[in-house]
Design a protein around this ligand. Structure first.
Ligand SMILES: [Zn+2]
Ligand SMILES: [Zn+2]
Length: 411
């Protein structure tokens, strides 16, 4: 290990008590996306204490720039929590507080170091695609452009001039300490609104048009369509009847079916989404209903940079042994980091040290050393390595970004 890397790792060990205290406080301050006001206040407080300047970006997000010149390495850290089912409260059940904590530990360790490049540390809000009415409100008010923090940052030009992106995420994989090279599925959101006609269900059902029948027909048709998907593509469709009307004696005059369509590759994703969208539409038409199907982007599938992951793994091996690292895991989850992977060489490594169910009420941090102290070391080590041997996706970025904004986000 070179001298600077050793010094940075030592700093992180020396700061361990403060890192763990911050991490616990962040874990106990869960807020939903674009509502991370208290989390932001805490982060700004620590940055102010260190005399590190920052900019506010994407409503509740923050950006810290350290070093200068090229290359420019971005480190993205999620901030948002999730609803807690038991009491309607909030909980950090995806471990995003650990990412915020790692980013802070990284800044604390690098802030006084000579750096052969620029590191942009981004506290990215609103990763979980939930609470969408609130986010739509923010979009209407012009406060954000997109429901996901990273999509919003891309649109705002935060990644213009960036060479590559590093990130990490808590992992629930057993019998390992880290994972490297995992895939994430992409998804699109489909919503079908069927409008019929209410009528007396006993005396004159023939005078109505039952919208629920189209929703049920669509559910059945989608179940049959699943035969069409190659298991290798990992297509996943789980339609729900999000809303319907009527009482037992009134013909339901409207029904709404919503589903995510998930898949491992863009090709499989868009082919499956086309089929399901068509199915939702035709089932409404078959029942002679006024039918409206809308399609919105979720996140793109993540394919990681093998080149950067080779560096990430070398840095992991400074902290653990080969069998502690799980490679090329195929995950069913999705994340807005997938959108970054479309535009720039991007990695998201995993770290264990948590227990319970992801997005569940029993999620907890159980190994603070692995979950809080190792990720900032791996990030810092990889940043230093990238300063020596840059990996860049800058070429043609402007054109690819314009295409991404128009073709995917529909700008
Ligand atoms: Zn999550
Ligand atoms: Zn997450």
């Amino acid at each position: 290990m070179n001298e600077q890397k050793q010094r940075i790792f030592d700093k992180i060990d020396k700061n361990a008590d403060a890192i763990l205290a911050r991490s616990r406080l962040l874990f106990d301050t869960p807020e939903l996306g674009y509502r991370e006001f208290e989390t932001g206040r805490l982060i700004r407080g620590w940055l102010d204490g260190w005399g590190v300047p920052y900019e506010t970006v994407s409503y509740t997000g923050l950006m810290v720039t350290l070093g200068s010149g090229e290359p420019v390495v971005a480190v993205a850290a999620d901030m948002d929590g999730l609803p807690r089912k038991a009491d309607g409260g909030r909980i950090h059940s995806c471990g995003h507080s650990l990412q915020t904590s790692a980013a802070l530990a990284l800044i604390e360790a690098l802030k006084d170091e000579p750096l052969n490049g620029t590191v942009k540390v981004l506290f990215t809000p609103a990763e979980e695609m939930i609470d969408l009415d609130y986010r739509q409100d923010l979009i209407w008010q012009g406060l954000v452009k997109y429901p996901s923090g990273k999509q919003d940052m891309i649109a705002r030009g935060v990644f213009d001039g960036v060479d590559c992106v590093l990130s990490c995420h808590a992992s629930g994989e057993p019998d390992c300490r880290f994972d490297v090279g995992s895939t994430l599925k992409g998804f699109v959101i489909l919503r079908a609104v069927y409008r019929g006609l209410g009528a007396h269900a006993g005396a004159a059902p023939f005078a109505g048009k039952n919208a629920l029948h189209a929703a049920l027909l669509a559910q059945t048709a989608i179940a049959f369509l699943k035969d069409r998907f190659d298991p290798a593509d990992g297509v996943n469709v789980q339609p729900v009847i999000a809303e319907t009307a009527g009482t037992v004696n009134i013909v339901p005059d409207h029904a709404i079916v919503e589903t995510y369509v998930r898949a491992r590759t863009e090709k499989a994703l868009f082919e499956a989404a086309d089929l399901i969208e068509n199915c939702l539409k035709k089932c409404g038409e078959a029942m002679d209903l006024d039918t409206e199907v809308t399609r919105r982007p979720g996140f793109l599938p993540l394919s990681q940079s093998h080149e950067i992951n080779a560096l990430v793994k070398e840095n992991m091996l400074l902290l653990c042994c080969e069998p502690d690292i799980l490679e090329d895991l195929v995950s069913g989850a999705s994340g807005d980091v997938g959108d970054l992977g479309k535009l720039l060489p991007t990695v998201q490594f995993g770290f264990t040290g948590v227990s319970g169910r992801f997005h569940g009420d029993d999620f907890a941090v159980t190994d603070e050393e692995n979950a809080c102290l190792c990720p900032p070391k791996i990030l810092a080590g990889t940043v230093l390595d990238l300063f020596e041997a840059p990996v860049s996706g800058r070429a043609d970025f402007a054109r690819r970004k314009a295409e991404y904004l128009s073709d995917w986000l529909g700008e």
